[in-house]
Design a protein around this ligand. Structure first.
Ligand code: ATP
Ligand code: MG
Length: 509
């Protein structure tokens, strides 16, 4: 079982069908993509890349990225997709940690790797003096099938770095088996067929866009519509013009289009049979706003993480309003999900526990970190997600917080997300992060960092009363810091480990 054979199998069935279409009008058929990726394989081999080597990829959503993925697999290499928004030291850290020997980078991002000692190939925009993938492909012969590496279940397909929400990104090692099963889980879960036209307008290097949606579509012989970068108008235009059937992204891509495009209602989005959103916690208001705004009853909320493929749970369209904000009730086919309390027992109704997931799509471990791997995956194969959830009367899971973000003060559990939701409900507050600070007597105290809508730097006068009406006393922050912005990952998650480090003077309430 390997993803390259699965792709080649689709290509042999649908050679003349478009596999990749871009928002700018470029298109490649399955047979084109086979040919180009074989030539890329020759170019990689000429650059010294072979079995077991690691190829870092730092690209926008371009055909070059997909060609490079398949080309690297043909020579038996492992891909290491890198977030294109990272700063040079972060890129250097991942390239070093992953032991990559070649980086394929969009020419417009080339400055990010200039100081790093690694062989470099640009893609898309050429950079004078640096080898260019598209030029190398034009000059290369396709790698003969007999010269391709032999892949099997256990060949390492990808090292995927987590988002770095709770600390340094961790390298999740996925084999061809876990990656193929992840693609298949999306195919089964969403009943994907060769008629699928998937819109990819969120960064393609992220676990779900890559493994569920790009590879899932290649698996069934569908078409992927690549939008180089998300822009709300282009998103709507391409969705309508390309008659897309599926789309995945964080809720913000849907809300931004809805809120910022004045003629939103004029775009014909009727071809979309499913809008998938997930990646971070979503309140019931957002869930309801989406369903109403798109006048669509085909929203799905998906939950998962890099470590599990990702796979996890799904909240189906008919549950969007009645269970708004929930991540669903059960896992996808082949995926077990449980909520477990601190003493290892199944959580009962309304009790909060940690979500555990067991699935054959789960990574084989964190790269070069057996201790972290043992802490994350138990001997029965359950991955301990670090996400806390409450289960309602009907068995639906509601994410409450991350275990790392829960604050224990005077023996009481405070879920930072609950306090953040209360803070951002205040009309003057745009953004909030709540963290715990060690305290000699209380264990921890609750500290809030807020950003005001009007950019002012005082704490709103009525905030204490406002919170008092909504939260128990022990949950109300003891200190407030007003900031101009909060550190977030490129997918919008607050990086609390960075906030904890900053030492700003506290404002009195
Ligand atoms: P790191 O592990 O480096 O701290 P991360 O956990 O944010 O970063 P990802 O693997 O990209 O990295 O994200 C997975 C996490 O995102 C989950 O563990 C969960 O906290 C959150 N998440 C994903 N989908 C949802 C969802 N639908 N609702 C709530 N939270 C979600
Ligand atoms: Mg994580």
């Amino acid at each position: 079982m390997d993803m390259l054979t699965a792709f080649d199998s689709s290509a042999s069935k649908f050679p003349t069908k478009n596999v990749l279409v871009t928002g700018d009008g470029e298109s490649l058929t399955y047979e084109n993509l086979v040919d180009l990726s074989r030539r890329a394989a020759t170019a990689f081999a000429a650059a010294g890349v072979g079995e077991g080597d690691r190829v870092a990829l730092m690209c926008y959503n371009t055909t070059g990225f997909v060609i490079a993925v398949l080309g690297a697999w043909r020579v038996g290499a492992t891909i290491v997709p890198i977030n294109h928004k990272l700063a040079p030291p972060e890129v250097a850290q991942i390239i070093g940690h992953s032991g990559s020997s070649l980086v394929v980078i969009d020419g417009s991002l080339h400055a990010c790797v200039e100081g790093i000692d690694i062989a470099t190939m640009t893609t898309d925009t050429p950079v004078p003096g640096t080898p260019h993938l598209e030029e190398a492909i034009a000059a290369a012969e396709p790698l003969a099938v007999s010269d391709q590496a032999h892949l099997d279940d256990n060949s390492i397909a990808e090292i995927l770095y987590t988002s770095g929400t709770t600390g340094l990104p961790k390298g999740c090692v996925h084999t061809h088996r876990t990656v193929t099963l992840t693609a298949m889980t999306a195919v089964i879960g969403l009943s994907m067929t060769r008629d699928e036209r998937l819109l990819m307008s969120v960064p393609i290097w992220h676990a779900s866009p890559l493994n569920n949606w790009l590879l899932g579509t290649l698996y069934v012989g569908g078409t992927v519509v690549l939008e180089r970068e998300y822009h709300p108008v282009a998103f709507l235009k391409t969705a309508a013009a390309q008659r897309i059937t599926l789309c995945f992204g964080p809720p913000v891509i849907y809300t931004t289009a809805l809120n910022s495009v004045p003629d939103f209602a004029d775009y014909d989005l009727s071809s979309a049979r499913a809008w998938l959103y997930g990646g971070g916690p979503i309140g019931p208001e957002v869930a309801q706003r989406l369903a109403a705004g798109y006048r669509s009853d085909n929203f799905f909320q998906v939950y998962g993480m890099t470590e599990t493929g990702p796979v996890g749970s799904v909240l189906y369209p008919d549950e969007q309003v009645s269970k708004a904000g929930s991540i669903g009730r059960v896992g996808l086919p082949g995926v077990d999900v449980r909520v477990v309390t601190a003493n290892g027992e199944q959580a009962y109704v309304n009790q909060v526990g940690e979500i555990w997931i067991r699935s054959a799509t789960t990574m084989i471990g964190y790269l070069d970190d057996p201790e972290a791997t043992r802490a994350a995956i138990d001997t029965d194969g359950w991955y301990h997600t670090g996400d806390l959830a409450r289960v309602d009367d009907d068995g639906y899971l509601f994410i409450v917080d991350r275990t790392k973000d829960m604050i224990i003060t005077g023996g009481e559990n405070v879920y930072s997300k609950e306090v953040e939701d209360a803070l951002t409900a205040h009309p003057a507050i745009a953004d909030a992060a709540v963290v715990g600070r060690p305290h000699p007597e209380w264990g921890q105290t609750v500290i809030a960092h807020i950003v005001r809508i009007d950019g002012r730097d005082e704490v709103p006068d009525d905030l204490k009363d406002f919170l008092g009406d909504r939260l128990a006393r022990y949950k109300i922050p003891r200190e407030f810091h007003v900031a101009q912005s909060l550190p977030r990952t490129p997918t919008g998650k607050i990086q609390k480990h960075l906030i904890n480090r900053s030492e700003l003077p506290a404002a009195e309430l």
